[in-house]
Design a protein around this ligand. Structure first.
Ligand code: 9D3
Length: 246
């Protein structure tokens, strides 16, 4: 997959290719990271990428020309069928279903904004979709682009090892994860749940499913509301809630 990022902070977004899953994907040639700075597409002596907003008010707006040219030059290096995605608070809220859709594309161009945002005409002429991370204020689109890239790249075939992929499956069923424990068996008087030491793999799987359902019910009822629990899951949740009230 060809992943391009247009940003005024190329060193910041380049970090994504230096660590972890995305770094490994790049090293193994599963993705190409291509970063373009709009400042390299300015023609004036001051290399201006921003200007004052028409209508007045605080803050600055990213200028059309340098961003348009940066987007055009990265797109020219990409295969056909790569959407240009603008990270913005006005976008559709990102989720795992969007990550899956994006992971099926040959490539994606991400535009990270700074200041108050970009000239609206750029969205009309050079942007195919707008994505937000949710209802909180970031200082720019770079961290949002990096989050989306991380979520998408982990879904590409061959990026995760077999162990990591198994973990992914359990989150993919739309529930929160169950609790995790590692050595030692007792910490500050708190014991690891007995079932996890039993070696009974069926019973362990049942306990983990029950915890996942219970925590999702308590912490994220919105997630549970989207699922249609089967009879077995409903029984596990009932059992969790009964244990909870004891
Ligand atoms: C404080 C500035 N705000 C005035 C009402 C508007 C504003 C402009 C630019 C708020 C945030 C930003 C920069 N944000 C992003 O580029 C961004 C973002 C976000 O802030 N929240 C969630 N998802 C995203 S994706 C890109």
């Amino acid at each position: 997959m060809h992943v391009s990022i247009v940003s005024l902070f190329p060193e910041m977004v380049g970090i994504i290719g230096e660590y972890g899953v995305v770094g490994r994907a790049q090293d193994r040639g599963l993705i190409t990271l291509d970063i373009e700075n709009p400042r390299d597409h300015t023609t004036d002596a001051h290399r201006s990428v921003d200007d004052r907003p028409y209508g007045g008010g605080p803050g600055m707006v990213m200028k059309f020309e340098p961003v348009a040219q940066a987007l055009d030059s990265v797109l020219a290096r990409m295969p056909a069928g790569c959407p240009r995605v603008y990270l913005s608070p006005q976008g559709e809220v990102f989720d795992q279903a969007m990550a899956k859709r994006l992971a099926a594309l040959p490539g994606i161009v991400f535009l990270a904004g700074r200041y108050e945002g970009i000239d609206e005409r750029l969205i009309e002429t050079h942007i195919d979709e707008e994505i937000s991370l949710g209802d909180f204020v970031l200082s720019g689109g770079e961290i949002a682009a990096m989050a989306v890239i991380d979520a998408v790249v982990r879904l590409l075939p061959g990026v995760l090892g077999d162990d990591e992929s198994a973990v992914q499956d359990s989150f993919m069923d739309g529930l929160l994860d169950h609790p995790h424990y590692t050595r030692p068996e007792v910490i500050e008087g708190k014991r690891v749940p007995e079932v996890l030491l039993s070696g009974d793999h069926a019973e362990i799987a049942r306990w983990r499913n029950k915890q996942a359902l219970g925590r999702s019910y308590l912490r994220r009822p919105d997630l549970l509301g989207k699922l249609n629990l089967n009879v077995e899951q409903q029984a596990l949740l009932d059992e969790f809630l009964k244990e909870q009230s004891q």
